[in-house]
Design a protein around this ligand. Structure first.
Ligand code: FES
Length: 97
């Protein structure tokens, strides 16, 4: 095994978990997949893709407040995210890069 620093300055996890049944909420049914794609595109468009990695994540265990996005190493959590929030989230992510 080899250990090294993460190749990205920031890691962004967007929950895209889909539950097959609708008895419990899930981020996929609240636009999590689209939010992931849009945020990834915004990062690419701003030339940040070498420093910021936008990943899909499985359930982050805060389903009722989703869609959820978390950013490391900023230790920042966004819940109830809508497409209109992505610009602000990206602004936060870009700060300090
Ligand atoms: S499904 Fe997204 S936090 Fe659980």
């Amino acid at each position: 095994m080899e250990t090294k620093e993460t190749p990205f300055r920031k890691m962004v996890f967007v929950c895209t978990n889909l539950r097959e049944t609708e008895d419990r909420p899930c981020c996929a049914r609240r636009d999590g997949v689209a939010l992931h794609a849009q945020l990834k595109e915004m990062v690419r468009d701003r030339g940040l893709h070498g420093r910021v990695r936008v990943c899909r994540s499985g359930c982050l265990d805060r389903c009722a407040s989703g869609p959820n996005v978390m950013v490391f190493p900023d230790n920042r959590w966004y819940s109830g995210v809508a497409a209109a929030d992505l610009e602000k989230i990206l602004e936060d992510i870009a700060a300090g890069l």
